[in-house]
Design a protein around this ligand. Structure first.
Ligand code: ADP
Length: 474
């Protein structure tokens, strides 16, 4: 476990430190270097100085280093997963899954970097030839959240480095250790000094401001809340920095009356309770057509009641703690607000008797407009069920939100599947499945859920600029 920050290719302890708590116990288990905007500037300067040499290497050379890095991550899965669970709380099996998922992005973009093809366009005049180049944007700043302490960084750093950019990352102050462990392995893999920095610190505002306003940074990539995304977008306006924003979601999960109900329940369990409900693509509103309302609600609450709550480091746990007391209080507030306005608890509905930051996995029915749980992201293990009658009604309800990240629906009717898939206002749709994230696919949202895509062949474009050459051959 490394507690120093990795700045400009050097390990730096700094003069101050801040605590890292285990959300399962509430205990401080280590402290990490508390750096600030000045160190961020040093990291940016080093990135700027090193980037051109990195970009001048062949894509294959960068690919070889990145593949070594992903291999080291996979070789060290167990240690990385334990560090991740200790600082973030998710069950160990999910933490192992996250390491594999993070590594898969490094592998994907290592390969994709070798396929940054330009274009040759037929000229507009007899003597003209038009050629399109794609070049790395330069220094990339990154700000990431606590819910996927490894994968959110992997998804950003891998395309950046593969494209020939340099990367300066600030991990969430709640989960700095996974990021530092990645830096240890990145250094071992041979990433040159300055190309990859992880600057830890508690001053999120000051460090963020430096990333947004330092003219050497040409792009900012952020995952987090819409509220903070708005601040960062404003701060980046002066330099017209390129932005990728993966922001909040309010995912609808729709069960039509022709759905395979067992599959729908299985999908709901994954889409709702993965990471204890703390993902931006978690099903936040479960719409069920009236004909299957009772059967689906009963099956979902039965399956939910079987989920085991506890310290994620122990075997057989499906639901870990909320990240902190504030996260727990929000879940509790959403449930109490819904119940006070007429919702009915089918299972759960309380803080868990495990104590600490744990909440019981919960299913509510009779959820209606006017309840907070429908408009705000709960970020916890609560499944609110809302009934509907027609397909058009379901689409309208699903779209009645400022967000547009993920959506899920279950139906076996082909015409209905197309209609709903095309009608939903969002960036990603799971059809008869509750798990959609993978390195091969473009992850991202529309409306207030963000800008840009991560993963897939599209993900690397976010780190490239297009330059066109107009050449006269006469
Ligand atoms: P979450 O709900 O995941 O905590 P936030 O948007 O609050 O979402 O945080 C995501 C990341 O953004 C964290 O690393 C946090 O420290 C950072 N952050 C929060 N506020 C700011 C800010 N004003 N400027 C820059 N970074 C910020």
């Amino acid at each position: 476990m490394e507690h120093r920050a990795y700045v400009a290719g050097e390990w730096k302890a700094g003069v101050r430190s801040f605590p890292v708590l285990n959300p399962a116990t509430g205990e401080e288990f280590t402290r990490v270097a508390d750096l600030g905007a000045d160190d961020m500037r040093l990291a940016i300067d080093a990135a700027y100085a090193a980037q051109k040499e990195w970009a001048a290497r062949t894509a294959k050379e960068r690919c070889t280093i990145l593949l070594k890095w992903q291999e080291l991550m996979l070789d060290n899965t167990e240690d990385l997963a334990r560090i991740l669970t200790a600082e973030m709380g998710k069950p160990l099996a999910e933490a192992r899954g996250e390491i594999a998922y993070g590594a898969s992005f490094i592998q994907w973009f290592a390969e994709e970097g070798r396929r940054v093809y330009g274009d040759v366009i037929p000229g507009h005049q007899g003597d003209k030839r038009i050629i399109v180049l794609k070049q790395p944007i330069g220094v990339v700043g990154s700000i990431t959240p606590w819910n996927f302490p490894n994968a959110m960084i992997a998804r950003k750093v891998a395309p950046a480095l593969a494209a020939g950019c340099a990367f300066v990352g600030r991990p969430a102050e709640k989960t700095p250790l996974s990021a530092l462990a990645m830096a240890v392995l990145g250094e071992r893999a041979g990433i040159p000094k300055g190309i990859f920095s992880i600057v830890t610190g508690s001053d999120s505002k000051g460090m963020g401001l430096e990333l947004c306003t330092n003219p050497k940074v040409r792009k900012l990539t952020f995952t987090g809340s819409t509220e903070v995304g708005r601040i960062l977008m404003r701060q980046c306006a002066h330099d017209i920095k390129k932005l990728s924003l993966e922001l909040g979601g309010n995912a609808p999960f729709i069960v039509f009356d022709d759905a395979n109900l067992d599959k729908a329940v299985e999908g709901a369990l994954i889409a709702k309770y993965r990471n204890s409900g703390q993902t931006c693509v978690c099903a936040n509103r479960i719409f069920v057509q009236r004909g299957v309302l009772e059967a689906f609600s009963a099956k979902l609450s039965e399956a939910t009641a079987r989920l085991k709550v506890g310290d994620g480091a122990r075997d057989g746990i499906s639901i870990g703690p909320m990240i902190d007391e504030a996260g727990l209080a929000k879940v509790e507030d959403h449930v109490q607000d819904a119940v006070s306005k007429g919702a009915r608890v089918l299972t759960g509905g309380n803080r868990s008797n495990v104590g600490g930051n744990f909440y019981e996995p919960t299913v509510l029915t009779g959820v209606k407009a006017g309840m907070k749980i429908l408009t705000e992201e709960t970020f916890g293990p609560v499944a609110p069920i809302i009934e509907f009658d027609t397909v058009d009604e379901a689409i309208a309800l699903a779209n009645d939100t400022e967000f547009g990240l993920a959506a899920y629906f279950f139906s076996r009717d082909l015409a209905r599947v197309w209609k709903v898939a095309e009608g939903l206002e969002c960036g990603m749709v799971g059809i008869n499945t509750g798990l959609i994230s993978t390195a091969e696919a473009p992850f991202g949202g529309i409306k207030s859920s963000g800008l840009g895509r991560e993963g897939s062949k599209y993900g690397i474009d976010e780190f490239l600029e297009i330059k066109y050459l107009c050449m006269s051959v006469e």
